[in-house]
Design a protein around this ligand. Sequence first.
Ligand SMILES: NC(=O)C1=CN([C@@H]2O[C@H](COP(=O)(O)OP(=O)(O)OC[C@H]3O[C@@H](n4cnc5c(N)ncnc54)[C@H](O)[C@@H]3O)[C@@H](O)[C@H]2O)C=CC1
Ligand SMILES: O=C([O-])CC(=O)C(=O)O
Length: 328
Amino acid sequence: MKAVVAGASGGIGQPLSLLLKASPLVDQLALYDVVNTPGVAADLSHISSIAKIEGYLPKDDGLKKALEGADIVVIPAGIPRKPGMTRDDLFKINAGIVKGLIEGIADFAPKAFILVISNPVNSTVPIAAEVLKKKGVFDPKRLFGVTTLDVVRAETFVQSITGEADPTKTVIPVIGGHSGETIVPLFSQAKPAVNIPEDKLDALTNRVQFGGDEVVKAKDGAGSATLSMAYAGFRFAEKVIQAAKGKTGIVEPTFVYLPGVPGGDAIAKETGLEYFSVPVELGTDGAKEAQNIVSSANEYEKKLLQACYSGLKGNIEKGVQFVANPPQ
Ligand SMILES: NC(=O)C1=CN([C@@H]2O[C@H](COP(=O)(O)OP(=O)(O)OC[C@H]3O[C@@H](n4cnc5c(N)ncnc54)[C@H](O)[C@@H]3O)[C@@H](O)[C@H]2O)C=CC1
Ligand SMILES: O=C([O-])CC(=O)C(=O)O
């Protein structure tokens, strides 16, 4: 299992690379970034785990060397937010970064699972899909927008109500997109069921939707969530790898191209959107089945979904247009 981190020297990239290096599921780890990867790779190489590790820079065909033979590529490359910015404000710079990396993946690792962390995820995933389509190598079952941090936050924040000692024991599906109102936690679908007092539901929902802002504000200009994102990114990557190696019954919400994933058509019809995060069962070839949880939303959540649809539609279109009509 060869894993690649693109953007490996950054705030997310370094701890994510550490977790992958420490994982017994990974035998080979390639770190790619425009800066500092030789140092990060040298540092991690002293860890006594099985993964062989190399660091690459753009020079000397570094992207090609990093990607060749890759089974999974995780992308946390790109700039993070500062206070006062929306995720969409990152589009101008990150759209081009993601496009370039996906072109490399299309050329050198077209069969790899691709996990996009770079924001705005609502637009960078459509960009990735359009680039892969243009190159004739798009397999929707292998492209994932990483929305796991929203799930992790929902699990954590609901603990104040459940009092459950281990937050991972409560599964909360979070669906939609990955920014503000497009993030829709479905507390009505929690397993085991959770009874959220009416007067607490708005605040809890809002905290999941705007959890990213909480960290951006606290970091006060020094970036956004990195450590919790590395945890979430690793958690999702680990599940994709475990499923690829044959483990069954793994389900996790992720932002996918619905028409290309089994079960996705019905969700696309219901939401009017081609891209959406829903719980997806993972298998040896990636996304095996998208679960239509949208129709199970209660009245409160249906209202949240209406706001989600309108925001997400524009974000998706912006990504698609970026590839169709590249800025001059
Ligand atoms: N999906 C999610 O839930 C989350 C997404 N993010 C996003 O992840 C991205 C990265 O965040 P941080 O690690 O905090 O930023 P950072 O600035 O600390 O790191 C980004 C890294 O990307 C590298 N980079 C820039 N252009 C590149 C290129 N063309 N190829 C390879 N590497 C390149 C930079 O050199 C830097 O090392 C941001 O866009 C942020 O908004 C952050 C948190 C959660
Ligand atoms: O808020 C941000 O910009 C980073 C992010 O996506 C998150 O923490 O969910």
